[in-house]
Ligand binder design. Structure first.
Ligand code: NAI
Ligand code: MG
Length: 497
């Protein structure tokens, strides 16, 4: 596919096939394999990319290990690490348009969302963790054991960290993983999704430009079952951080248990409730529900895919939301008028269309959407879809669809709502809309979710912890919580008597 010459990303896309980044050098796969990544708005091939196999993972892990043992990064004075991470933030901001175009082409997402959300949050994440590099303090303990002791803790890096990320926010997910790992002094092997490998490779260039030493970050585009599985099972990897489906999250935990019990953090799926009480500001609640489910084509782990509405305002809320959806502009991500792009791949489109068929056959009422937008050509466009009168037992109310499909469910009162909202294997996020401050906190405390949004949705900041209850994962990313994921606590006890 020919990419327009005037795009800022054109020079990067020209050099093909894109290679693996190992030990600070660009390398072909050991077996010479490559794969294609596509532009989902047309289905055409966007670039050819080297495909990491098991041998390449081994090479990247040794490069990371070497850099770690050598101490080129972990022994750098913390203030120097901070400066470099801050510079990464600056370089990303300078190249905002290029990064925005890259993920927009590779993933399909609207360019304005890249420019207003993904790219600034990526730069902000590097800067936020630049700040933490100089604050990884320990503590002293008051011991009562007979004798006289000085007891203190240190935070030390975990070592070589494998990081496997998904395709829904390719650049931003790389930042959530790489920035805290580097702030804590680890060396990294990052595997982007096979559907969106490009921005992580461009990020590798930026990291090198910012003077991150060779071998400290290695980037391996490749498939989950091969490169991802090898990384998760690798005996020389000390920790694995994963974002993606709950199904694969379980495989990662198992691979750790079957190999070296490497530390595992998991950010997995969701089926998040977005709750509208009758006393809410309905206009805001409807905008929030719209953003909650249609942002990023609904391909968001925190998507508010179950909309619970109190009976009194149920019909009105569903009608208002349906009206809002009717004017939605679908199109390729690069078109600045686009509000909703294509789904990431043919496979994801078929999966989502499959759930729509399931919803209809389960007896839910299809209010709007429900089909592919074929007038837009071969791209993987699915119309924004709302099912009303959904029952909590239906598959469309229980399983993560990861597309622009909303299930609207009525509820009677607070007790009924809490039972229904918590009836899920997931617990990532919940949203609630009410003008009653007492109700807001009461319900926020009763919901089983890692984040509860009150009168807002999808607000994300590097300072706020992110992760889930139940099968939505293990651990919390972002904020100071991520430092626990990327350090080991060491206690030193000295006899000073
Ligand atoms: P996935 O979980 O298979 O992929 C996420 C990452 O894991 C990718 O980098 C992939 O290469 C890697 N991976 C896949 N199999 C692996 C294995 N056996 N060992 C190690 N790494 C492996 O997700 P997929 O197939 O792209 O999407 C399927 C569904 O998963 C979506 O429809 C959605 O429901 C869910 N999903 C959830 C995400 C979230 O952020 N919560 C992100 C992506 C997908
Ligand atoms: Mg792609």
């Amino acid at each position: 596919m020919a990419v327009a010459e005037d795009l800022e990303v054109a020079p990067f896309l020209k050099g093909q096939p894109k290679k693996l980044f190992i030990g600070g050098r660009w390398a072909d796969a050991a077996d010479g394999k490559t794969f294609e990544t596509r532009d989902p708005s047309t289905g055409e091939v966007l670039a050819h990319v080297a495909e990491a196999g098991a041998e390449d993972v081994d090479r990247a892990v040794s490069a990371a290990r070497k850099s770690y043992e050598h101490g080129s990064w972990r022994e750098l004075p913390p203030a120097e690490r901070a400066k470099i991470l801050w510079k990464v933030g600056d370089l990303i901001e300078e190249r905002a348009n290029e990064f925005a175009q890259l993920d927009s082409l590779d993933n399909g997402k609207p360019i304005n969302e890249m420019l207003l959300f993904d790219v600034p949050l990526t730069a902000a994440t590097f800067r936020y963790y630049a700040g933490w590099a100089t604050k990884l303090d320990g503590a002293t303990q008051q011991t009562s054991f007979p004798g006289s002791y000085l007891s203190y803790t240190r935070r030390e890096p975990v070592g070589v960290v494998g990081q496997i990320i998904p395709w829904n926010f390719p650049l931003m997910m790389a930042a959530w993983k790489v920035a805290p790992a580097l702030a804590c002094g680890n060396s990294v092997v990052l595997k982007p999704s096979e559907l969106t490998p490009l921005s992580a490779l461009r990020l590798a260039e930026v990291l090198q430009e910012a003077d991150v030493p060779d071998g400290v970050v290695n980037v391996l585009p490749g498939f989950g079952e091969v490169a991802g599985a090898r990384l998760a099972a690798h005996p020389e990897v000390d920790k694995i951080a994963f974002t993606g489906s709950t199904e694969v999250g379980k495989l990662i935990a198992k691979a750790s248990a079957d190999s070296n019990l490497k530390r595992v953090s998991l950010e997995l799926g969701g089926k998040s409730p977005n709750i509208v009480f009758a006393d809410a500001d309905l206009e805001r609640a409807v905008s929030g529900a719209f953003l909650g489910i249609f942002f990023n084509q609904g391909q968001v782990c925190s998507a508010g895919s179950r909309m619970f509405v109190q009976q009194k305002v149920y019909d009105e809320t569903v009608d208002e939301l349906t009206n809002a959806v009717k004017d939605m502009q679908l199109g390729p991500g690069l078109d600045p008028m686009t509000q909703m792009g294509p789904l990431v791949s043919q496979g994801q489109m078929e999966r989502v269309l499959g759930y729509i068929t399931t919803g209809t056959s389960e007896g839910a009422r299809l209010v709007t959407g429900g089909k592919r937008a074929t007038e837009l050509g071969e791209g993987y466009f699915v119309r924004p879809t709302i099912f009303a009168d959904v029952d909590g037992k239906m598959r469309i109310a229980r399983e993560e669809i990861f597309g622009p499909v909303l299930a609207a469910i009525p509820f009677a009162d607070e007790d009924d709502l809490i039972a229904k909202a918590n009836d899920s294997i997931y617990g990532l996020v919940a949203g609630l809309w009410t003008n009653d401050v007492r109700r807001a906190h009461r319900v926020a405390h009763a919901l089983q979710a890692g984040t509860v949004y009150v009168n807002c949705y999808n607000v994300v900041d590097p300072s706020t912890p992110w992760g889930g209850f139940k099968q939505s994962g293990w651990g919390r990313e972002l904020g100071p919580y991520a430092l626990d994921l990327y350090t080991e606590v060491k206690n030193v006890i000295v006899d000073i008597g």
